[in-house]
Design a protein around this ligand. Structure first.
Ligand SMILES: Nc1ncnc2c1ncn2[C@@H]1O[C@H](COP(=O)(O)OP(=O)(O)OP(=O)(O)O)[C@@H](O)[C@H]1O
Length: 256
């Protein structure tokens, strides 16, 4: 197992119980979808996994080691393996920098990493960013553009290029398609699927959209009011034993 979460609970200071004894595990190279309506605790879970939020109860291990360590030196190793893509790419892309500089930020932080997509030695930094743009389906000559000169879908592709630049083994995506048009959403989902098929990356895909989750993920976990009410392999999506809340989500998305 690559990622194991056991009995994770989170209570915010104002008394909100955002997560209640949530447990699940993901194998290396698998994609798990965390689905639920607004306020169900999805982002809290994602933020805890990224070490951006603390928790008191539960245990999270990644390849046998506690995730998001507290020690700074260990945190660096963690960041090397875990990257993220958020709904709002403006939080990841500095509007004052040409996109190639933002794309290269993780690689600049981890100079010891030589990603496998760099097949030729001696590429300039800008050329490396161009390689990454190509991987995510963008034109190489976009490299000098600023985030403000890109569409929402293009910005999200740039955020993905940045996240995969250091070839993380775990990618946490928190509603990466939520602010995009339906057709662009499909393109981004296809891109993530293609990336997952060509790498051994484990993806944790957080979404309120069970349709998107069922397109991308092999495993699905359903959260409601901080409780994990259902957990299943995608092939069991239409099983009669699905929780009534999962059935309601399926019906609302009209994919039954
Ligand atoms: N920093 C915080 N302090 C107090 N309560 C919080 C905080 N962040 C989230 N919450 C509460 O925790 C619960 C879960 O929120 P969370 O953002 O994890 O849900 P979500 O499923 O991601 O929702 P959405 O899809 O709307 O982003 C909500 O009731 C929310 O109001």
């Amino acid at each position: 197992m690559s990622l194991v979460v056991e009995g994770l609970s989170k209570r915010y200071s104002k008394g909100v119980q955002a997560l209640n004894s949530v447990s699940f595990c993901v194998n290396e190279g698998e994609c798990i979808g965390i689905v639920g309506e607004s306020g169900s605790g999805k982002s809290t879970l994602g933020r805890i996994l990224l070490g951006l939020e603390t928790y008191k109860e539960g245990r999270i291990t990644y390849h046998g080691k506690p995730i998001a360590p507290r020690k700074r030196s260990d945190l660096r190793q963690f960041r090397k393996r875990v990257q993220m893509v958020f709904q709002d790419s403006t939080s990841t892309l500095n509007p004052k920098l040409p996109i190639w500089k933002s794309i290269l930020e993780p690689l600049d932080n981890f100079k010891e990493i030589t990603p496998s997509f760099i097949k030729v030695e001696g590429l300039s930094r800008k050329e490396i960013a161009q390689e990454l743009l190509e991987i995510v389906g963008l034109e190489k000559d976009m490299v000098d553009r600023y985030p403000g000169e890109l569409s929402g879908g293009q910005k999200q592709r740039v955020s993905i290029a940045r996240a995969i630049s250091i070839e993380p083994s775990l990618l946490v995506c928190d509603e990466p398609t939520a602010s995009l048009d339906v057709t662009v959403q499909v393109q981004i989902l296809r891109l993530l699927k293609q990336l997952q098929q060509h790498t051994n990356m484990t993806i944790l895909f957080i979404s309120h959209d069970i349709r998107a989750v069922s397109f991308l993920c092999e495993k699905v976990m359903v959260l409601k009011d901080g409780f994990m009410v259902d957990q299943f392999e995608l092939s069991q999506l239409y099983d009669d034993k699905r929780h009534h809340y999962t059935k309601a989500l399926i019906q609302a998305a009209r994919i039954d």
